[in-house]
Design a binder for this molecule. Sequence first.
Ligand SMILES: NC(=O)c1ccc[n+]([C@@H]2O[C@H](COP(=O)([O-])OP(=O)(O)OC[C@H]3O[C@@H](n4cnc5c(N)ncnc54)[C@H](OP(=O)(O)O)[C@@H]3O)[C@@H](O)[C@H]2O)c1
Length: 231
Amino acid sequence: MKPQVWLVTGASRGIGLAMVKNLLSAGHTVIGACRNPDGARDLWEIQSDYKSRFRYLKLDVADPATIDALGAQLKDETIDVLVNNAGVLKGAGETLANLSFADVTKSFEVNTIGPMRVTRALLPCLQRSANPKVVNMTSMMGSIGREHGGGYYAYRMSKTALNMFNKCLSLEFPKITAIAMHPGWVKTEMGGATAPTEADDSVEGIIKVASELTLKDSGRFVDFTGKSIEW
Ligand SMILES: NC(=O)c1ccc[n+]([C@@H]2O[C@H](COP(=O)([O-])OP(=O)(O)OC[C@H]3O[C@@H](n4cnc5c(N)ncnc54)[C@H](OP(=O)(O)O)[C@@H]3O)[C@@H](O)[C@H]2O)c1
């Protein structure tokens, strides 16, 4: 695969961190965006190993000022693949009667509006690429059609809305391949220790699928093996 420039949000841990490492091993150039660069010890170490192909920048996807600052810092650069990976799972186990609306608001801020703002801020960078792609890290839990046990209102709703953002993006920008990606149930802080998929296996699949999908696939909802997921 030709080396490309990838920007990954939520690069400090979990799937984002594993993706940064995998992309660098494969020869790509990577920008890791994270909420707290001063505490991102793993990213400091990666930078010392990959000085010419990796840097990390501050980005809180719920803070428009840091998004604008990131856009300004990168305004003359090219990004081939933007991975909107940063996300939160709030309110697990809550019912409608006892859920926190602050959790619902926060989930939409981070999981839905964050990717919208980041994508808008980085559009000029993407539009400089010959084959730009946006991977919106969603979840099967956002599928309405799939049988599921309910609950997780905030998380599910924010990811369903992210899927619609992905679809709208694909229609407004026919030269950008926009993919809503379910990474599997992955062993991370969010996925928990009993998750069946290792982060390395998930990101290997995501990178392969994202690299192989083309404009004709734009707007699709797929998993890390490339399988379509019901809306
Ligand atoms: N793990 C799974 O089984 C699973 C399944 C389906 C979908 N997903 C999705 O995959 C993505 C990554 O999940 P994960 O399992 O790696 O989760 P994780 O281990 O909890 O990591 C979440 C990442 O998002 C970052 N983040 C949270 N809020 C942020 C904000 N406001 N601004 C910037 N970064 C923020 C965190 O940064 P800090 O270190 O600063 O907190 C961290 O790097 C998420 O979108 C998640 O919804 C995961």
